[in-house]
Design a protein around this ligand. Structure first.
Ligand SMILES: [Zn+2]
Length: 409
């Protein structure tokens, strides 16, 4: 396969780029050094590049020269790589170790950037047979506060002049699977992650005379416990919801009843239905439990990333492409979704998409290797050319399929 051949030829450049990126990790939506390195790496390619206004994103459009579809019929595929790092102090003994104190590419997004640059170079080489256009999405802020949504607001999905038909992304992992193994599943892949803040409002007083006050602490405790009952009694066990109260604050001293007590929870769900239902049920439960005790509760919902859902057809296509390129032994079906979250889900809500995982675990004992986000998470960048080849192959094949479909329609 020519994508693989080109990927192996440019492999050393991609690995060098990844190591350069690894030394300058940046956080959030403003990644000036990373953006500069991406732009430098794309120099010489015939691309239409747009920089983000409210964030340091890069959107590059490659016009294919193959096929005979024109105008609105011409297929467009989006490929995405996230670029941001984490507030983690790297604890690895590498030549290319982070030079930014307290920051580290601990989630492997440096490999994603190098892979996406690789895909652009491969597809540029093959543009005479590319039967549509490709939008390359270099995205900041995946680890928070979210870069996909503002990029969409700035016109990402119409960057080629018409709406994207399909979108693809990949993620590398530092543990759990042997090096080079691809894995994933159709349908829900990652959870929606929302936050809820609850303030139980009572009336403070002396700890010795609770009947003269309205004590918010036992009521808040009751709500916290009742939330777990809500999860198990009101939700289908096969469409799970997780509520974890990670913060609980109330009072100042043992003999003082405070005016209020506050707690915060993360709420994870795997379907839009469960996600919608859970927020309403939390509000009802908190307000009515507080009312039952003569107090009130204020409930604030802070929506986070939606569920990441792999479109059945796009996922089947991505999986078949993986098996074709790398062989059936390199693919593992992932039984369950993960309860982590990913903001590529905002793209997936609007465009049929597929998201696949790739192991970059550098050690044989993958079961006990440090996970992503650990200060010791290590990623073997020899998989970067494979990532580049897959993304390029997906774009080539999907634009060709869409082009044929348009012809027969
Ligand atoms: Zn990540």
């Amino acid at each position: 396969m020519r994508t693989l051949d080109i990927a192996s030829t440019i492999g050393p450049d991609l690995v060098a780029l990844r190591r350069e990126l690894h030394q300058v990790p940046e956080l959030g939506l403003e990644l000036p050094l990373t953006q500069r390195l991406v732009l430098d790496a794309l120099v010489g390619l015939d691309l239409e590049v747009t920089l983000g206004k409210g964030l340091s994103s890069v959107v590059a459009v490659l016009r294919g020269r193959g096929g005979d579809r024109t105008g609105v019929d011409r297929p467009v595929v989006l490929l995405r790589g996230d670029m941001d790092a984490l507030p983690v102090t790297e604890d690895l003994d590498l030549e290319h170790v982070s030079r930014h104190p307290g920051l580290m590419h601990a989630c492997g997004h440096d490999l994603h950037v190098a892979g996406l640059v690789g895909a652009a170079r491969i597809l540029h080489d093959l543009r005479d047979e590319l039967e549509g256009d490709v939008v390359f999405m270099f995205q900041p802020g995946e680890e928070g506060p979210g870069g996909a949504e503002p990029m969409i607001a700035e016109g990402l999905l119409d960057a080629a002049g018409r709406r994207v038909d399909a979108a693809y992304a990949l993620h590398v992992f530092s543990s759990e699977h042997p090096l080079g193994q691809w894995f994933g599943r159709p349908g829900p892949l990652m959870a929606a992650a929302d936050e809820v803040k609850v303030r139980v409002v009572g009336e403070g007083g002396h700890g010795s005379q609770p009947f003269r006050a309205k004590d918010p602490i036992p009521v808040a405790c009751e709500i916290v416990v009742a939330l777990q009952t809500l999860v198990t009694r009101q939700f289908d066990v096969f469409d799970p919801v997780v509520i974890t109260v990670g913060k609980f604050v109330g009072g100042t001293k043992d003999n003082i009843i405070p005016d209020d007590a506050v707690f915060e929870a993360t709420v994870r769900s795997l379907s839009p239905e469960a996600r919608k239902a859970v927020s309403g049920k939390i509000t009802l439960l908190a307000e009515q439990l507080a009312a039952a005790h003569g107090l009130t509760a204020e409930v604030e919902h802070l929506p986070g990333y939606p569920v990441t859902v792999n479109d059945e057809d796009e996922y089947a296509f991505a999986k078949d492409t993986i098996v074709d390129l790398f062989g059936a032994d390199r693919y593992t079906h992932q039984r369950d979704p993960e309860m982590g979250a990913e903001d590529f889900s905002f793209v997936g809500e609007l465009v049929p998409s597929a998201y696949v995982n790739l192991s970059a675990c550098p050690v044989a004992d993958h079961a006990s290797a440090p996970d992503n986000h650990s200060p010791r998470a290590d990623f073997d960048d020899s998989v970067v050319p494979d990532g580049a080849a897959l993304l390029a192959e997906l774009a080539l094949r999907r634009t060709a399929q869409l082009s044929r479909r348009a012809t027969t329609a």
